[in-house]
Design a protein around this ligand. Structure first.
Ligand code: M6R
Length: 602
């Protein structure tokens, strides 16, 4: 994965690169680095295995030749090679003239490395990306034109890449991409390249996205080539990012802030979508006319959101649905009347992109995403923006709520539009949904009261079980995912009825068992089974529960209503449990180890 930035500005490049890398850290934060051309046509390469903040200090402390406005930067999520400074990008060729940043994977790197070493090149790192530096170095022995050199070495690469190549001798910058996102932008501040428009949004108004195979030079006039032939630049996209809101307000971390933003996020989305539910107009806006089946494709939290949305189609409309783990969804036989929802907050998840490439002939592909400018959005037949606002914490919180509220709204509208749900029933659903912001707010308040005592009890536990039944199972899955991701403790979810078929053997005195109590009567005997073995049962439910966070939804008067796919607010106490336990264990809750916000490798 990794984030890339490059700039060619009249003022100093360092602050631009460091600021943008801070905004790209969500793509990986194992290490970060910049290579900036000096006034003497050499390169200052500064790298760190700590965070981007310390890279900023390194740039400030630089005491060598003055730094120019031309540079490249990178924030890394390690794939090939350990997290060391030597493996941090940018990498350089043997001469130090060429510096490269790369996002993606060079699949034939081992083979190329052997050939390059045999030809006399010396490698300074273990990473796949370094081969590119040496390939460009070789190509420059044949031509003195960097553009031609980059173009000529590309056919030797297999895999996926977004690359920026900087030539310190000439100050030339070349960007190229195949299978990994990259965009270029020009503004009064200068020329920029980035993995994501959000990283450079404060300096640009619009940008162009590289197509696979494009090779672009940032120069007085930007030259755009594909397959060695000049090609018209892709259309300009207006940036709607605005400056990034990176303030924590009074919060200790972004996850805390984003948990608190959930009621307002849900309210905003509902206000926007509710008018189009009971008259089917929301669904009509997707342009999908006919379907008899629904498939949800996603990873992690987004897949869990898909599980909730799918329940609306199946339980309220009788439409069969299946959830497909994107990384396993190779060539599924979905059928031409299947609507596929590809769900991804980032819209850049490589597993999801690969899966949608493979779906074959389907009725329609809908991207449910928080990034309407993403690669996924560009590949879909229609885009459903979940309008969560920027989420910085790596753990998905408000984007989950936004995906569910948005997806459920579209699902209900689809059922009305296709005659599977009456407008009157849909209106009753809408009335229930209007409670969601309050339910979330109450869940936050109840959890903040009850969870500290729970954390004290479970602090030393090494493994957790999460149980649910019916619509509660998918929320249990989301709760277990949050706990693993943030606390680095084992957590597994099960349909509660499955316990006795094996997992019950894990339960011993003190084992924390988190139960999403959605009111299913059969849960009582499952709770009794674990309690009899000494489990520490943490019941998330209505009044009288360990965490009484589900108050209002337990009183829903509508059979087959929101309880068909709720309780959505049950995620709140599980988010807070995961965060508070992680903090008690000294974890970085916004940047858990080994992870990244946007997972752009398969
Ligand atoms: O950007 P995406 O929604 O496609 O990301 C998918 C998963 O990587 C993501 O939901 C992940 O599971 C979350 N960080 C979990 O909190």
């Amino acid at each position: 994965m990794c984030g890339i930035v490059a700039c060619r500005t009249t003022d100093a490049a360092g602050p631009y690169l460091v600021r943008a890398l801070g905004l790209l850290e969500y793509r990986g934060y194992d290490s970060a680095g910049v290579a900036i051309r000096t006034a003497g046509s050499a390169t200052a390469t500064l790298r760190t295995v700590t965070r981007v903040d310390s890279l900023g200090a390194l740039v400030k402390e630089w005491s060598g030749q003055p730094l120019t406005g031309t540079g490249i930067g990178h924030t890394r999520w390690a794939t090939h090679g350990a997290v060391t400074e030597a493996n941090a990008h940018p990498h350089r060729d043997c001469t130090g003239r060429i510096s490269v940043v790369h996002n993606g994977i060079i699949e034939n790197a081992d083979e190329l490395r052997q050939q390059l070493v045999a030809a006399g090149h010396e490698f300074a790192s273990d990473v796949d990306s370094e081969v590119v530096c040496h390939l460009v170095e070789d190509a420059l022995a044949e031509t003195d034109d960097l553009h031609a050199a980059v173009t000529s070495m590309l056919p030797r690469l297999a895999g996926s890449w977004a690359l920026v190549v900087m030539d310190a001798a000439t100050g030339r910058l070349i960007a190229t991409a195949d299978g990994s996102p990259l965009l270029v932008a020009r503004s009064a501040r200068g020329d920029f390249v980035a993995s994501d428009a959000g990283a450079i949004a404060e300096w640009i108004d619009d940008y162009r996205v590289l197509h696979d195979g494009d090779v672009v030079e940032l120069a007085e006039s930007v030259s755009w080539m594909r397959g060695g032939i000049p090609t018209p630049p892709p259309p300009v996209i207006h940036s709607t990012w605005g400056g990034a809101d990176l303030s924590l307000d009074h919060h200790a971390d972004f996850m805390d802030k984003e948990i608190d933003e959930q009621p307002e996020t849900a309210a905003r989305i509902l206000e926007h979508l509710v008018p189009g539910i009971a008259d089917g107009s929301l669904w009509r806006s997707t342009g999908v006319v006919d379907f008899n089946r629904v498939a949800m494709i996603g990873c992690g939290t987004s897949l869990n959101a898909g599980g909730v949305i799918g329940m609306v189609f199946s339980r309220l409309g009788g439409v069969p649905f299946e959830s497909l783990v994107a990384s396993e969804a190779a060539g599924p036989a979905l059928g031409s009347r299947t609507v596929v929802f590809a769900i991804s907050q980032s819209g850049e998840t490589a597993d999801v992109l690969r899966a949608v490439d493979d779906v074959g002939s389907v009725s329609s592909l809908i991207a449910l995403t928080n990034n309407p400018h993403s690669t996924l959005a560009r590949r879909a037949d229609s885009i459903v923006n979940c309008f969560a606002g920027r989420e910085i914490g790596v753990a998905a919180t408000k984007t989950f709520v936004a995906q569910v509220v948005t997806g459920v709204s579209y699902a209900l509208s689809a059922l009305v539009e296709t005659g599977r749900l009456s407008s009157a029933d849909a209106l009753r659903q809408v009335e229930d949904m209007r409670r969601i912001p309050d339910l979330l707010a109450q869940a936050i308040a109840a959890s903040r009261q009850s969870i500290p005592a729970v954390v004290d009890q479970v602090r030393d536990a090494t493994g957790f079980l999460y149980l649910g039944r019916g619509s509660g199972v998918v929320y249990a899955a989301e709760g277990a995912l949050k706990l693993k991701e943030l606390s680095y403790r084992w957590a597994e979810h099960y349909p509660a009825g499955e316990l006795k078929h094996g997992p019950l053997a894990l339960v011993e005195a003190g084992t924390p068992v988190v139960v999403v109590d959605n009111g299913d009567r059969r849960l009582a005997s499952n709770i009794a089974e674990v309690a009899a073995r000494g489990a520490n049962v943490i019941r998330i439910g209505g009044a009288g529960s360990t965490v009484p966070a589900l108050g209002l939804s337990m009183q829903s008067p509508l059979p087959g209503g929101i309880e068909s796919w709720g309780p959505l607010e049950s995620v709140v106490p599980m988010q807070i449990l995961a965060r508070d336990l992680a903090l008690a264990l000294g974890r970085d809750v916004d940047k858990p180890r080994n992870l990244a916000k946007s997972v752009t490798v398969e």
